[in-house]
Design a protein. Structure first.
Length: 401
């Protein structure tokens, strides 16, 4: 069964998006976890402040009252900070669902702090009456408040332990998911890559190769198809299985009535540095390259088009399109597609093949032979000004001018 590349990549994108979202929320949770250390530091600071308020020097009452007022205000400020910090504790709010309990504990802390501040204010006064009772009340209030802070610290440690277990499970799940996705899609991407290598192959050496993907299979079948030229073998090029010169004339005569009001172009492509007098490669490798170039050209062929190999390293294309611009654009696409083909010699050396073209728009009153002759003149001009390009008749006229 063939697999769709589009479906594979859509599923991969969906899974990667899911993993990204999980990672994002995990990052938010980790960021919120920083609030835990802030809360613990805050509560320990409050304990330290409370302890200092029970040891103020009562001999200097005025200084003691100033210190008391300042530190009492700081205690309430630290409680407000605890409420603000909790806004970033996403795990506590949405997973542990401890919002009501936590806010109730802070309200209780605020009430006990106010009671302690009141007891301390009564104790640190100039009046010495009932001093022992006031001191006992202060110590009692301090004990309640310190015990409550200790209970908050223990709860925070308990919350942190639960958060750790949650982080641990999510991390394991995320790692397992990434591992499965990596193994699963690595195999499929490798199969798709093998399909692409199968298309790139100059010759089909893998006779028993089974194509994995639907899209590559469709392209492969199209590349392998032989254009229906003629039942006469004399009109078919034996190397590329496309038209030869005789087949070109025959096919054009059959199809020229199908072009309606479209424009017709005649383009002669020549494979650069690839001639009978300059045989750089072996005959088998050369023929394999010519066949792959022919296949690439036929991928852009429409019902009214004719493609032929008309010389050792030349191809003639007669295309019909609705506009001159589209004709030149299609020829450019073919030229670029050929330049992007991958070839390797039997010695495993990489080879790039390019083509140079001459294009003319065929007038209705000009026969095909004359248009081919003009296209070859334009081709010679293109070769004289650089390779791997397409020139038009207007380029030659501009040069003569």
């Amino acid at each position: 069964m063939k697999h769709s590349i589009n479906k594979i990549f859509n599923n991969l994108i969906m899974i990667l998006t899911l993993i990204t979202m999980i990672s994002f929320f995990l990052g938010l949770a980790i960021y919120g976890q920083n609030s835990s250390s802030s809360k613990i530091n805050n509560l320990n600071m409050q304990k330290s402040i409370l302890s200092s308020l029970t040891k103020l020097n009562k001999e200097d009452v005025e200084l003691a009252i100033i210190q008391l007022n300042g530190k009492s205000t700081q205690l309430h400020y630290e409680i407000e900070k605890l409420k603000a910090v909790y806004q970033y504790d996403y795990l506590g709010q949405y997973f542990l669902n401890n919002s009501n309990e936590y806010l109730a504990d802070l309200n209780e802390l605020s009430l006990l702090t106010s009671s302690f501040n009141q007891k301390a204010s009564l104790y640190y006064t100039k009046e010495s009456e009932n001093e022992d009772i006031k001191k006992q009340e202060l110590q009692k209030s301090y004990s309640y408040l310190a015990n409550h802070i200790n209970s908050l610290l223990l709860k925070e440690l308990s919350y942190n332990q639960k958060k750790f277990y949650l982080f641990e499970k999510v991390a394991i799940l995320l790692f397992a998911l990434l591992l499965v996705v990596t193994i699963w899609y690595r195999k499929r991407l490798q199969l798709i890559y093998n399909d692409i290598l199968f298309l790139y192959a100059v010759e089909n050496n893998k006779k028993g190769y089974g194509v994995f993907s639907e899209e590559i299979d469709a392209i492969s079948l199209r590349m392998k198809r032989k254009p229906v030229i003629s039942d006469n073998p004399a009109m078919i090029d034996t190397v590329t299985d496309i038209n030869n010169n005789k087949g070109l004339m025959h096919s054009y005569a059959e199809k020229k009535g199908m072009k309606d009001s479209n424009f017709t172009s005649v383009t002669v492509f020549e494979v650069d540095n690839f001639s009978k007098s300059n045989r750089v490669f072996s005959q088998d490798f050369t023929q394999a390259i010519l066949k792959k170039i022919a296949f690439t050209m036929t991928l852009h062929e429409q019902a009214t088009d004719v493609i032929a190999r008309t010389d050792y390293n030349q191809f003639t294309l007669v295309f019909s399109r609705a506009s001159k611009e589209q004709l030149f654009k299609d020829m450019e696409i073919i030229r670029q597609s050929i330049s992007e083909l991958k070839f390797r010699t039997p010695e495993k050396e990489s080879v790039q093949i390019t083509v140079t073209g001459g294009l003319v728009i065929k007038p209705n009153n000009t026969n095909l032979e004359e248009s081919i002759r003009q296209a070859k003149e334009v081709l010679e001009h293109a070769k004289s000004t650089g390779r791997n390009k397409i020139s038009q008749l207007s380029d030659v006229a501009h040069k003569h001018f």
